[in-house]
Write a protein that binds this ligand. Structure first.
Ligand SMILES: NC(=O)c1ccc[n+]([C@@H]2O[C@H](COP(=O)([O-])OP(=O)(O)OC[C@H]3O[C@@H](n4cnc5c(N)ncnc54)[C@H](OP(=O)(O)O)[C@@H]3O)[C@@H](O)[C@H]2O)c1
Length: 290
C-alpha cells in the first residue's frame, strides 16, 4: 500500500469539489502528482474548479457524482475504472451543514442532513471499497471536530458526522485486514461557504424560536467570538488531506489545527459528558454552571 501510493501516487477520487475543502483538495492532490478525479453533483458548478485548475497548471478529470444518488455513484466509479483502470484512494469530502434545534426543524430537514452527510458518505464508501481493496488503497473522510463534540443548534449535522465517524471507526480494523487504510479528518471552523450554504432562513427561524430565542441568539453571537482566529482556509485543510493520502501509516483520527485538537481532546477525556455540556451551556448564556 505504501509504496504504491507514494511512488506512483495513483488515482484519487474526491467528492464535493465545487468549492471549499473539496476544491482545494483536488488542486492539492493534482499538484502532488495524483491523477485526480474531481467530482461534483452539478457539473454546471465546475467553473471555480476549472479556473483553479488552470491557475495551478494541473489537469483534473472532472465528473458528476451526487453522493445521494446511487446510480450516479455507480456511473462515476465505473467511468473512472474504464478511463484509468484503477482507483487507489477516495476522499469523502461532500457535506452539508444544518442549523436549528429539534422543535424548530422538520423531520425532513433532519433526514436531509443524514441523507448527505451519513448515507451519502457510506454509499460512496460501499461502492469504492472493492476497488480500494484490490489496490490496498485508502479512504479519507472529511468529518468534523463537531462530529466528536456535539454543538448546540447543530444537532442533525453533528449527529450525522458522529454517525459517520462511528461507522468508520468500526470499519477501520476490518478494512485494515483487507489492506485498506481508513482515516477521518476533523477540521474545526473553515473559511468556506459552508455556513452560507446551509438551506435555512436564520432570521425567520430566530423570529419563530419562541422559548429557544435567547439561547439561539446567544449562540449565534457567541460563535464568531469562540472561533476567533482559529478559522482555517480550505487550503490548510487540504494540506492535511494530502498528508493523510501520502502518510505511510495514516492515523484513524486527524485534527487539522490545534483548535480542533483541543476541542476533540476535551470530549475524549470527558467520560461523563459534564465538561462538554457545561461549556456549551455557558455559550448559550447559562449562569448556573461552574
Ligand atoms: N466549513 C467548516 O467550518 C467545516 C468544519 C468542519 C468540517 N467541514 C466539512 O468539510 C467538508 C467540506 O465542506 P466545505 O467547508 O468545503 O463547504 P462547502 O464549500 O459548502 O463544500 C461542500 C461541498 O459538498 C458538496 N455537496 C453537497 N451535497 C452534495 C451531494 N449530495 N453530492 C455531492 N456533493 C455534494 C457541495 O456541492 P454543491 O456546490 O453542489 O452544493 C460542495 O462542493 C464537509 O464534509 C463539511 O462537513 C466543514
Amino acid at each position: 500500500m505504501r509504496e504504491k501510493i507514494e511512488s506512483a501516487r495513483g488515482v484519487v477520487l474526491i467528492t464535493g469539489t465545487s468549492s471549499g475543502v473539496g476544491l482545494a483538495s483536488a488542486i492539492t492532490a493534482a499538484r502532488a502528482g495524483f491523477t485526480t478525479v474531481a467530482t461534483l453533483r452539478d457539473p454546471g458548478r465546475a467553473d471555480a474548479l476549472r479556473a483553479a485548475g488552470d491557475e495551478a497548471g494541473v489537469e483534473l478529470d472532472i465528473r458528476r457524482l451526487d453522493i445521494t444518488d446511487e446510480a450516479s455513484i455507480a456511473d462515476a466509479v465505473g467511468s473512472v475504472l474504464a478511463t484509468h483502470g484503477t482507483l487507489d484512494a477516495v476522499v469523502n469530502n461532500a457535506g452539508v451543514g444544518s442549523v436549528g434545534t429539534l422543535e424548530l426543524l422538520t423531520m425532513e430537514q433532519i433526514r436531509a442532513a443524514f441523507e448527505v452527510n451519513f448515507f451519502g458518505t457510506i454509499a460512496v464508501t460501499r461502492a469504492v471499497l472493492p476497488h480500494l481493496r484490490a489496490n490496498r488503497g485508502r479512504l479519507v473522510t472529511v468529518g468534523s471536530a463537531y462530529g466528536v463534540a456535539g454543538q448546540p443548534f447543530n444537532e442533525p449535522y453533528c449527529a450525522a458526522k458522529a454517525a459517520v465517524e462511528a461507522y468508520l471507526e468500526s470499519l477501520a480494523p476490518v478494512a485494515a485486514e483487507v489492506g485498506v487504510a481508513v482515516s477521518v479528518i476533523e477540521p474545526g471552523p473553515v473559511s468556506s461557504s459552508f455556513v452560507a450554504n446551509i438551506p435555512v432562513d436564520r432570521p425567520a427561524m430566530l423570529a419563530a424560536a419562541g422559548d429557544y430565542g435567547p439561547a439561539f441568539r446567544n449562540y449565534l453571537e457567541h460563535v464568531p467570538r469562540m472561533i476567533g482566529s482559529a478559522v482555517q482556509t480550505p487550503e490548510e485543510v487540504a494540506a492535511t488531506v494530502l498528508d493523510v493520502l501520502t502518510d505511510p501509516m495514516p492515523p484513524f483520527r486527524v485534527q487539522t489545527s490545534q483548535f480542533a485538537k483541543d476541542f476533540v481532546a476535551e470530549k475524549l477525556a470527558d467520560t461523563d459528558g459534564a465538561a462538554v455540556v457545561s461549556t456549551a451551556r455557558k455559550w448559550l448564556g447559562a449562569t448556573d454552571v461552574g
